[in-house]
Design a protein around this ligand. Structure first.
Ligand code: MF3
Ligand code: CO
Ligand code: CO
Length: 302
């Protein structure tokens, strides 16, 4: 009998499959996964110390600045690869590492999610922005030991009324949910507010991706649901830092993952939008660590 032998994957095969990562200068401090692609398990406390708060404020501010550089470059005819380069260089310029790069083997420094892409779109030289697209750019920077994370959806050229309504509703969902943040509030209040606004507008809330605690680690507890889960008993504590990053769909809430293992798309190919802020739970309510004027509002006025 002939035994079937599974072809062994040689080191060479692995090497062939591994994407070439954009280099980061050696003087930039890197997160633990930068070389291996695997974040080490890190049971870090949710609440930040005053010293950590100072650093995380800077990381949030830097993420905001990088995001604004990227969004300023969005126009008909630019490739998402070019946006990736802008994000990459903007992080390095500030002494930071672009957190997505090799995080769980993500191949790029920025997430670019266009139209039916819900999140984790991979920048590519062949994806050129065209009139009528909507694009979410999601920036995370690792600066002085802390991750700062934020995103916005903007318009490319002239977009449909439906796209405008979806993007505006998603932003309103985020901002309204930030209002409920205060010590001792239920974390599930966030999803309750978001679901109400999204559903009343005729849209749905993505359930498979959530907000997350953030700090020395990119993704940690608590998990922040954007839909209402009445069984979620978690309580917001003063000093917590987490993201709120609702993804709102024009059609069904369900998603598919493409064969690149990253790109999440709506199952009905309808539009999806997202905004993300990083929030500190202060004694009197939320401090938005990535605050700024949303670009889409300026686009609507122009
Ligand atoms: N920035 C995303 C978030 O908001 C995470 C991207 S993970 C990556 O949580 F690997 F795609 F970068
Ligand atoms: Co995030
Ligand atoms: Co993000």
């Amino acid at each position: 009998m002939i035994k079937k032998i599974k072809p062994k994957t040689s080191l060479f095969d692995k090497f062939k499959k591994a994407p070439i990562l954009r280099p980061v200068p050696s003087h930039i401090p890197k997160p633990d996964y930068a070389l291996t692609g695997i974040p080490k398990k890190h049971l870090s406390k949710n609440e930040v110390t005053p010293e950590q708060l100072i650093k995380i404020r800077k990381a949030g501010q830097a993420a905001r600045e990088v995001l604004e550089e990227v969004l300023t470059a969005v126009r008909v005819g630019i490739s998402t690869e070019e946006l990736d380069i802008i994000a990459h260089e903007a992080c390095i310029k500030r002494g930071g590492y672009p957190s997505p790069l090799n995080y769980r083997n993500f191949p790029k420094s920025l997430c670019t999610s266009i139209n039916e892409v819900i999140c984790h779109g991979i920048p590519s030289p062949t994806r050129i922005l065209k009139d009528g697209d909507i694009i979410n750019c999601d920036v995370t920077i690792y600066l002085d030991g802390m991750h700062g994370d934020c995103s916005e959806t903007v318009f490319v050229g002239e977009v449909s009324e439906q796209a405008k309504k979806l993007v505006d509703t998603t932003y309103q969902c985020l901002m309204a949910s930030i209002q409920v943040v205060k010590p001792n509030a239920k974390l599930s209040e966030i999803g309750k507010v978001i679901s109400k606004i999204a559903n009343e507008a005729g849209f749905s809330v993505v359930r498979d991706f959530t907000g997350h605690g953030i700090g020395e680690v990119f993704h940690m507890s608590p998990q922040v649901n954007h839909y209402y889960d009445h069984a979620d008993q978690k309580i917001m504590k003063e000093g917590m830092v987490f993201t709120i990053e609702p993804m709102i769909n024009a059609g069904k809430w369900q998603c598919d993952i493409l064969s690149d293992d990253w790109t999440a798309v709506t199952i009905d190919q309808k539009l999806s939008a997202q905004f993300e802020h990083m929030i500190y739970v202060g004694p009197n309510g939320a401090e938005i660590l990535t605050n700024g004027q949303p670009f889409y509002q300026a686009q609507l006025k122009a």
